[in-house]
Design a protein around this ligand. Structure first.
Ligand code: PMP
Ligand code: GLN
Length: 384
């Protein structure tokens, strides 16, 4: 059977590969981005309550009204932005799905999409599956800020969209107001659509503030803003997320969504709606700040180089130039097999698999997991 090749990403996603290798070698898994600590028991109880109360059938296509309302209220409370629950919020089975659906609702064969790299590995195949072309623009190491001239130069009459991600996976960079304003200047006289991937919106450190595209009145009019409950409430396996976009874009999004998945897990929607409506929710930011600080402190006992402490997300990138000159994917395999700690090579986040010899740790883990991992890593010696 001859099957079409829908995209150019080869083989299996790095997250599956490294988690499988971690299992095979019984290694501590600091590769794929998921927490190893439990969800708030209240959220589990609410899920059980949903089933008992009979929230077991299809929900409305755009999402349970109570969840869309709760999301709108939460964004009013935390960002002071008004979101219309009926016309602007669509609940999705995770953010990856929302990104694919947003692309599918706007892209046609031959379109171009600007992707700032390194980038989460689903963007490229999502774009290509829609017959469009990825135009990569590299962020500038070691701070991974945007070179705006390069973005301007990448725009052609075929550019249909740009996708950005802040707080950033894998580098931990966070956009400031000037980044948003510069992007607005560049896009002003174009029809380019913005996909703003903000799945780590609640995970920022020190003095950083996450600025959402929803707070930028001008950019917001042309944007799909994408969020993940999994990343924020430690339940990545629930695969729950949502997209906020102005009515015209939301309607294009829903025209695809209704035939792709139609509606999303109802008990999980009920549980999240009730949870978000609690007067006080756990301090997510404070909890992750402690983990980042704890992990950075532990890393001092290893020969890894921290070029940049993470400003947001639950990832920390490090250089291994004092340990080895292996290519990064070989190094991460070796580290998993020989030292029992799994990580992610950053080359997996580049279109051309550029290898800067940087790897990524996920620190969304219990303190004891981080301690055990670093105990293994401290056996590494600086040899180069
Ligand atoms: N965007 C980025 C930048 C991510 O790191 C992730 C994490 N998996 C996602 C989107 C997808 O989130 P979800 O698990 O909700 O699909
Ligand atoms: N986004 C997560 C990460 O970067 C993983 C998601 C996935 O496995 N697709 O690790």
């Amino acid at each position: 059977m001859k099957l079409p090749q829908k995209h150019t990403a080869k083989g299996t996603t790095i997250f599956t590969v490294m988690s499988a290798l971690a299992n095979e070698y019984n290694a501590i898994n600091l590769s794929q981005g998921f927490p190893d600590f439990p969800v708030d028991p209240m959220l589990g109880d609410l899920l059980a309550e949903a089933v008992q109360k009979g929230f077991n059938q299809y929900s409305p296509m755009a999402g349970l009204p109570m969840l869309r309302e709760a999301i709108a209220n939460d964004f009013k409370k935390r960002y002071n932005v008004s979101v219309n629950a009926d016309t602007e919020v669509t609940v999705t089975p995770g953010a990856t799905y929302a990104i694919y659906t947003a692309f599918t609702s706007i892209l046609q064969a031959g379109d171009e999409v600007i992707v700032l790299e390194p980038a989460y590995d689903s963007y490229k195949p999502n774009i290509e599956t829609n017959g469009a072309k990825v135009v990569p623009v590299s962020l500038v190491a070691p701070t991974y800020h945007v070179d705006w001239q390069k973005v301007k130069d990448a725009i052609t009459d075929k550019t249909k969209a740009i996708i950005i991600n802040t707080p950033h996976n894998p580098t931990g960079a966070v956009w400031n107001q000037q980044d948003w304003d510069t992007l607005a200047d560049i896009l002003r006289d174009t029809d380019i659509v913005l996909l703003s991937d903000e799945v780590y919106e609640q995970i920022v450190f020190d003095d950083e503030q996450h600025i959402s595209v929803l707070q930028h009145e001008e950019l917001r009019q042309r944007s799909f803003a994408i969020f993940s409950f999994g990343k924020v409430y430690h339940n990545t396996g629930w695969k729950m997320g949502f997209c906020i976009a102005p009515p015209e874009l939301s309607s294009a999004f829903r025209s695809i969504h209704q035939f792709l998945c139609f509606s999303v897990n109802t008990p999980a929607q009920y549980a999240l709606a009730q949870y978000l409506s609690q007067p006080v929710l756990p301090d997510i930011r404070g909890m992750f700040q402690k983990k980042r600080d704890f992990f950075l402190d532990l890393l001092k006992d290893t020969p890894f180089t921290v070029h940049n402490p993470s400003k947001g997300s639950y990832f920390q990138t490090v250089g291994y130039e004092k340990i080895s000159d292996m290519p990064d994917s070989e190094f991460t395999q070796w580290l998993t097999k020989e030292y029992g700690v799994a990580t992610i090579p950053i080359s997996a986040f580049y279109n051309n698999h550029q290898d800067d010899k940087i790897i990524r740790f996920c620190f969304a883990k219990k303190e004891e997991t981080l301690e055990q991992a670093v105990a293994k890593l401290s056996a590494l010696t600086a040899t180069v």
